[in-house]
Design a protein. Sequence first.
Length: 194
Amino acid sequence: MTPFIAKLVWWAGITGWYAIRYPHQRRSRKTPIAWRVEPTRDGILLAISFAGLFILPVTYVTAGEPRLADYPFHPLLAWFGAVVFAAALIGFYLAHHDLGRFWSVTLEIRQTHRLVTTGVYRHVRHPMYAAFFLWAVAQALLLPNWIAGPAGLVGFGILFGLRVGREEQMMEATFGDAYRAYAARTWRVVPGLF
């Protein structure tokens, strides 16, 4: 693999993510929102994550900046990054598919919302976050730049660290004992680890 191909793989991953997300986003918008949790705060966290997973890497992939942060390209790492990005896309697809109309970008509960505990959610409460972490790792492996590469880990890490607890509080407030029982038998992001 060459640096140019690695950049194409990154673009293909972004395109694949959008192709997975777009139809689910359209479908979920048809289900009215019952309530949202702190939309301004959530919007800021999403913007930070977007900067790390999209804005900084797009700047690097299209303009090669910041060049001062480049390090030598390693084809083996890039191949591994391609495999990790493919795993992220599979995770995104499964999480979106299993959530259906109950998926949303922001922290919100939709009318007729039900607790999803089947499919990939049988084992992990936040498989979409797991997929985003895989994307961020893939980005770090594909883009040999000390800023653009790990920017996804930093940006998404901030979102995750400041959001997941509030999301779980929202779910517990909505579903009560059913969510507490579900949380007791599942892992947050990585089965057997966290």
